[in-house]
Design a protein. Sequence first.
Length: 569
Amino acid sequence: MTTATPSPSPETVLVAVAWPYANNHMHLGHVAGAYLPADIYARYHRMRGDRVLMVSGSDSHGTPVTVRAEEEGSTPEAVFQRYHQSFLATFEGMGISFDLFTSTDTENHRQVTQEIFLRLLERGYLYEAEQEQLFDAKMGRFLPDRYVEGTCPKCGFEGARGDQCDNCGSTLDAVELKNPRSRLSDSTPELRRTTHFFLKLSAFTEALQQWVETKEHWRLNVRNFTLGMLREGLKDRAITRDLTWGVPIPLEGEQYQSKRIYVWFEAVIGYLSASKEWAASPLNPSGNAEDWRAWWEGDTAKTVYFIGKDNIPFHTVIWPAMLMGFGGLNLPYDVPANQYLTMSGAKASKSRGGVVWMPDYLERYDPDPLRYLLTASAPETSDADFSWTEFLRRNNDELVARWGNLVNRVLTITRRNYDGRVPDAPATLAPESRELLERVDAAFASVGGDYDAVQLRRALNGAMEVASAANQYLDQRAPWQAVKTDRDHAAETLHVALNVISGLVTLLNPVLPFTCQQAWKLLGHEGDVQAAGWRRTPVLAGTVLPEAVPLFKKLDDAIVAEEEERLVR
RNA sequence: GGCAGGGUAGCUCAGUGGUAGAGCAGCGGACUCAUAAGCCGUUGGUCGGGGGUUCAAAUCCCCCCCCUGCUACCA
């Protein structure tokens, strides 16, 4: 495998993150799969001085939101608003640094969606056709396949869903089910004819194939999965539904009043509408509402989409097809989809329980230990398992013992023996001192390349190895002894160690923004590490060091049992 | 069923042709600045199974087994 090297700066980078369904709180899997990697990637690029725009928003539409509202006797707006606020609190608490986290329930998004709809219609990529769908008369709503249950025609299993039988694995059509019943009302659905707009995906198969062939930097599973879909050929898909909650169809006519543009078509447009919303908002320092074009129209801009693997087709096939049909807008540069985070074996899905909810986590623990764990064992190449045992171990053995303790021990010896100031180093350094400094400086290229390639696990490893090397260096030169016999020798050791730590603080900052900012201050630096640039900021002799405080808390073994108990409930 | 990803030390995982690796756990040791952290040494694997290509395979090819996900009107 070749070592990744960073691309030349400054770049224009759009960090586009999956739009969460606003029908429940966020859990660990969401953060691990999309939000955290996106944030790390964005922070790294900002540190390099690149022009970064990181956007996403709540998906306010879609059946689950409506269903939840009905269960509660509430409205979709109320449900979406509640979870939208919850998402914002999670991002704040975890340090997920969106430039804008909006929602699909905005006038701007409706306009952008309708503009794309009309352009695609005008260009012949949308057409109307009639189809038969199951209708729940009691609820007055057409049913997605998954909202129909019945007896499997192949194996006789009674709990088969409309799209698939969980018992025998057969792929089904909802109309094939025996004794079908609606999951919404338990009534028997009836077949009704209805007219919808279809997206002519079939027209894009070849163009998409040629485009994906060039994406050799994509993750293997993303690329192969996409090519596999294209090989089978694309089918046109209906993009409207008989609903009243969603973006209206921008056409005159009674028949369109009770229909809405469906979420899968509309949600991906959010990346574009959010970019436009940001540019026109006070959040944009330049005040130029046309600034969104830099990310969407410039050939040199990189648009990177952070999603979970279940979202791959929408970002490597459907959205690119829509963009091709619309014309003039950048196609995805990369789609580093993650695999799933499992919970000690079970998929971290909302539907199966055994989930760690972000509001609960943030009530009890700090953000950086979780950011560390989810990066160190990120589901980049295969599903990864989360366990509280692993959380505790990573925190206590790696963050506290290897990294936090390194900072703490060096600051403590230095302050105690050199009058609270950074001691001077000789003009000519010992070979091991030079080597260690060269190593941390070289890490900016290698670790940076890994961040850029979204190989975050590897990037973090690379930085932590330097921390290990610093611990070895300290033991080799034992400044706590030398300080009694050869103060210059100890002074060199501590001066070098402080500088290595300074480099590490910058290298680790994308993953550990909260504690790295603290460490930055402990080194006597001014301002924000985030603004210091992607290089080691020297710690100068004579700098006054503040009193050292531990960066991380050691966690008690008892939390494992406590948290596992909570999971089962 | 089809497609995709994965099966490497007790655990979590790196490693894509050239004498099996890391962290943790276990064992032994020297040190003591530090949140009893750090450092040195060490035990431990027929790299899912079988066959093939090669001077050489965890790494390439074929077959089989197992796990996970997707299979497009949930997104």
